[in-house]
Design a protein around this ligand. Structure first.
Ligand code: GLA
Length: 405
């Protein structure tokens, strides 16, 4: 809510205008130590938001192990906003009463073989109006490292009015430079600690972060505003990923926001499609649901090893949108060893696509019948050129072809 207020306030000044001053990207930057495949884990915001406590984090870590999510690759347990207390006279930031001992919490999470993530802002305040890191970047980074933090989500929020608009009013390029410098500063502060810490940029995709974030050491960057647990929000975000595929790769990923699988009003088909497409997009897979009360069918989605293998494919090639037939979209992703993944989704609201959909293998660069595995049913299937496909509304067919012809 706080974010939306601040976005309304600054959006006209920031969005498209600050674009072309980005430095050239060197994707081989020093980000190569962490996030060689998209980070997997869980984050507190999408379910707990401002209510999250130390106990919720411990319970979630326990559940990640007990449900098999850890074995499936979920490693980061990330505390989002609202853990922060006040700074003391020496500028040291203390936790608030919901998090009595962060070092002890980190030790607990590490004892489970998991990693701990935390959240801050380059501005004076976070999006939920807690204490940010402005003017205390080195001090905070050092403290994170001392606690044993492994991942930082750094959320722009109040930096916009407090710094960008104050120091560079009416100067879009100047505002952009200030923003990039703020992320660069925290990146350097984290590196100076000597601890490998994933750096997650959260500035809602303003000013094409995919063009400049890798060079300053960003391992992932949000590409859009906040996701919500409904089809429209998930679909709107998916559509905004078309064209971003060339920016993703080992160590640096587009982030279409955390998963809403198991939250809100998403149907089972919608949960499947959401997870399939985030896997195809080489997106970080950060679950955001209530793990202690997770239903078996949601656990089955989040732990589908074949789907996760698409996401974690070592090539790190993000899926490309290929074509639409009626309301059916076809996306494709190249995988290691010449394999391919294909996602076919009915984005319409009808049970089947309004127009009969035929699979055009030639548009996917494929010749003749293909042998594939359907990753949600686990069945082997033959894909013939021009074959009819009926897909339920908002559902997906996710296919892996190991030896495409
Ligand atoms: C912003 C971010 C969200 C979340 C909240 C916390 O809205 O985009 O992901 O971190 O702030 O206040």
């Amino acid at each position: 809510m706080h974010l939306r207020l601040s976005l309304l306030f600054v959006a006209p000044l920031c969005l498209a205008a600050i674009v072309s001053a980005a430095p050239a990207v060197n994707a081989q930057s020093s980000t190569a130590q962490v996030a060689q495949t998209p980070p997997m884990g869980w984050n507190s915001w999408n379910y707990f938001a401002g209510k999250v406590t130390d106990k919720d984090i411990r319970d979630s870590a326990d559940q990640i192990v007990a449900t098999g999510m850890k074995d499936a690759g979920y490693i980061y347990v990330n505390i989002d906003d609202t853990w922060e207390g006040q700074r003391d006279a020496s500028g040291v930031l203390h936790t608030n009463s919901k998090f009595p001992d962060m070092k002890a919490l980190a030790d607990y999470v590490h004892s489970k073989g998991l990693k701990l993530g935390i959240y801050s802002s380059p501005g004076p305040k976070t999006c939920a109006n807690y204490e940010g890191s402005l003017g205390h970047e080195e001090q905070d980074a050092k403290m994170y490292a001392e606690w044993g933090i492994d991942y930082l989500k750094y959320d722009l929020c109040s930096f916009i009015p407090a710094v960008m608009m104050k120091q560079a009013p009416h100067d879009k390029v100047g505002q952009m430079r200030l923003m990039i410098a703020a992320y660069d500063k925290m990146s350097k502060a984290l590196k100076a600690t000597g601890r490998p810490i994933v750096l997650s940029l959260c500035q809602y995709g303003w000013d094409s972060p995919w063009e400049w974030a890798p060079e300053l050491g960003g391992n992932l960057w949000r590409t859009t505003g906040d996701i919500e647990a409904n089809w429209q929000s998930m679909y709107d975000i998916l559509e905004q990923q078309k064209g971003l595929y060339s920016y993703a790769g080992p160590g640096h990923w587009n982030d279409p926001d955390m998963l809403e699988v198991g939250n809100g009003k998403l149907s089972l088909a919608e949960n499947r499609t959401h997870f399939s497409m985030w896997a195809m997009l080489a997106s970080p897979l950060l679950a955001g649901n209530d793990l202690p009360h997770m239903k078996p069918e949601i656990k089955a989605i989040l732990t589908n090893k074949d789907v996760i293998a698409i996401n974690q494919d070592p090539l790190g090639h993000q899926a490309r949108y290929i074509y639409s037939g009626g309301q059916v979209e076809v996306w494709e992703r190249d995988l290691k060893g010449g394999a391919k993944a294909i996602a076919i989704i009915n984005v319409g609201s009808d049970r089947v696509a309004t127009h009969p959909f035929h699979l055009d293998l030639k548009q996917l660069g494929l010749q003749g019948t293909q042998h594939a595995k359907e990753l949600w049913s686990g069945k082997d299937v033959e894909l013939a050129d021009n074959m009819d496909m009926e897909i339920d509304s908002h559902d997906v067919r996710l296919l892996r072809i190991d030896s495409p012809k």
